[in-house]
Design a protein around this ligand. Structure first.
Ligand code: SD4
Length: 339
């Protein structure tokens, strides 16, 4: 973790729990002030990503441009081992990326299992804007990107290659991401920065004109079977935006998110009057209900922003952080969790 990131985390986390509980406002409460613009995003790297998004929002830009600009930051960061460049590969050593984007008019675009392209979020946006389709996958997505001026690049960094070769020695596949109490040994961690430098970025923004948009981008679960696609590029699972209600995104073990269509579930709960945090909590409880034992061993987290700029999050396990930036707040928050 860079010193700068460490500084931000240390300086804001102390009061985070209190701020979160003070901030959760029901979508149907009497507080009708609309807090805009605002951007929220998952994990520690959300702080830097929010800064990039904020440049767009502060200039009265559209939320869609903000979320695209924001998530491009971790996509291009070789130190992050779960998004874009530097992402851990699948079990064949191939870095395959998933991303999707959605605006306030239900326009959406997605790429699944795309290789060699550093900014899959921008390809997803092109799919949305320049094709009659919503999803392009694999070889077709790559060809579409190359035909539209994207460069073919090697995304496997020496560190990620080293980690993969190390993994091959046991080939033990057991995703257990960012669980605070998991045993973690710095000596055995092949990645610089330790366990904080991973996980999907999901970003949600409300611009000054009240437009909502969201973006989600990831290299997916490390050492997955080649061709595996998680929740992140699936509209309704990893991301959903509904202008009448709000936006939601997910991170963690995608298979569990897909099963409950996580992001869309949260939107529907908020439509019924749940506050963002309560809706996220209910979604985590659906995961527990299906398989209580398994839910203790994996991480899944949700983040939501309603159309009035109220936000909230909830995770299965401790350790999930999310970043908030608005005209009045800039902080990284430790989300509440079930366990
Ligand atoms: C996936 N949900 O591919 C992604 C991975 C992730 O935090 O979010 N990691 O299943």
């Amino acid at each position: 973790m860079s010193n700068r990131r460490k500084f931000i985390q240390n300086s804001v986390l102390g009061s985070a729990g209190i701020l979160l509980s003070a901030k959760v406002v029901s979508a149907s409460s009497s507080d009708t002030t609309i807090k805009k613009p605002i951007v929220v995003s998952t994990w520690n790297f959300g702080v830097q990503a929010n800064e990039a998004a904020w440049k767009v929002l502060a200039e009265k830009g559209h939320a869609l441009d903000a979320v695209e600009a924001g998530v491009r930051v971790p996509e291009a960061d070789p130190k992050g081992n779960s998004v874009g460049y530097g992402g851990l590969p699948d079990r064949e050593g191939r870095v395959t990326l998933d991303a999707c984007i959605m605006d306030e008019k239900y326009n959406c675009g997605s790429v699944m299992c795309i290789e060699h392209i550093m900014h899959p979020i921008s390809v997803a946006r092109l799919v949305m804007e320049k094709t009659p389709h919503i999803v392009l996958s694999g070889e077709g997505a790559l060809r579409f990107a190359l035909a539209n001026g994207f460069k073919k690049q090697n995304l496997l960094t020496p560190q990620s290659e080293k980690a993969w070769k190390e993994w091959l020695k046991t080939s033990n596949y057991s995703p257990s991401m960012n669980i605070e109490n998991q045993s973690y040994s710095k000596e055995n961690d092949p990645m610089p920065g330790g366990p904080d430098n991973h996980d999907t970025i999901g970003m949600l923004a409300l611009d000054v004109n009240g437009n909502l948009s969201g973006a989600c981008t990831t290299s997916g679960l490390a050492y997955k079977i080649h061709g595996r696609v998680g929740d992140s590029p699936i509209i309704g699972a990893g991301l959903y935006v509904d202008p009448e209600v709000g936006a939601a995104t997910a991170t963690g073990v995608g298979e569990e998110v897909i099963r409950i269509v996580g992001a869309h579930l949260i939107i529907e709960l908020m439509r019924q009057g749940y506050a963002p945090e309560a809706a996220c909590k209910e979604a985590t409880q659906r995961i527990i209900k299906r398989n209580p034992e398994k839910s203790k061993t994996i991480q899944v987290a949700f983040l939501a922003l309603d159309k009035n700029g109220n936000y909230g999050a909830y995770a299965l396990q401790k350790g999930f952080t999310f970043a908030v930036k608005s005209g009045t707040e800039e902080k990284l928050i430790n989300a509440k969790s079930i366990y």
